[in-house]
Design a protein around this ligand. Structure first.
Ligand code: ADP
Ligand code: MG
Length: 228
């Protein structure tokens, strides 16, 4: 049984500042369940915007996004985010007043796990990212790369069927970045998780099944942009 979500993004547009900034222009893509796709593109090409829309953190102006055949605007956004999506933000977004162990538990709150089970799961996720020894540390005392690893552990807390990761290895040295990628790849292999990963690192992009490129708000296959 495949655990991963199917994602269809159909001609999605998104503008900001009363239409002056056109972040996405009829962007279209499809992720099969269990597929690992990397998304590249220059700064400002709409990568984070696209991830935010797929993660239901924001809504498209036009076009549609569906998950396993159901359009996102018909789903309960909060429930979809909690039950289906793991999100690694470009700027980690850890809660500064919580320890690493507590941060990883946040997505599990209210989802039926008791305190002990929650803590044990969070600890095991921190072990997976190589940070179990820092479980009592607060985000400000961690390095950028360590925070990013805690953020990955948090994104995996509810065994998401869809992992959206926005430059998760951007602030990591190459060895730690490779370790994170192995973890993501293992998750995909073992659970069939669908993965969409934004990166500008060609080596990272090469570990994915295939690569899409955003250019001026449009999705193109990697390599030469498709002519309009
Ligand atoms: P990328 O992640 O590829 O660097 P983004 O998706 O963050 O690109 O941004 C695409 C464009 O939309 C950029 O020009 C950016 O400045 C603009 N943008 C993104 N979010 C907002 C926002 N909330 N308000 C105004 N402009 C935004
Ligand atoms: Mg971005």
């Amino acid at each position: 049984m495949s655990h991963g979500a199917e994602v269809v993004v159909d001609a999605v547009s998104k503008a900001f500042e009363d239409g002056r900034i056109r972040a996405l222009e009829r962007a279209t893509l499809r992720l099969e369940p269990g597929e690992f796709v990397s998304l590249t593109g220059p700064s400002g090409s709409g990568k984070s915007t696209l991830l935010n829309l797929i993660g239901a953190l924001d809504r498209p102006d036009d076009g549609s996004i569906s998950i396993d055949g159901a359009t996102l605007d018909r789903l309960d956004a909060a429930e979809y985010r909690a039950a289906t999506v793991g999100f690694v933000f470009q700027f980690h977004n850890l809660i500064p007043t919580l320890t690493a162990l507590e941060n990883v538990q946040v997505p599990m709150l209210g989802r039926g796990l008791g305190r002990t089970a929650r803590e044990e799961r969070a600890r095991s996720l921190l072990r997976d990212v190589g940070l179990v020894q820092r479980e009592r540390s607060f985000p400000t005392t961690l390095s950028g790369g360590e925070r990013q690893r805690v953020a990955l552990a948090r994104a995996l807390a509810n065994a998401p069927r869809l992992l959206l990761a926005d430059e998760p290895t951007g602030s990591l040295d190459s060895e730690t970045g490779a370790q994170m990628l192995r973890l993501i790849e293992r998750l995909r292999r073992e659970h069939g998780t669908t993965v969409l990963l934004v990166t500008n690192d060609e080596g990272v992009a090469a570990t994915a099944g295939h690569t899409l490129r955003l250019l001026d708000g449009r999705v193109t296959p990697d390599g030469a942009p498709r002519s309009a």
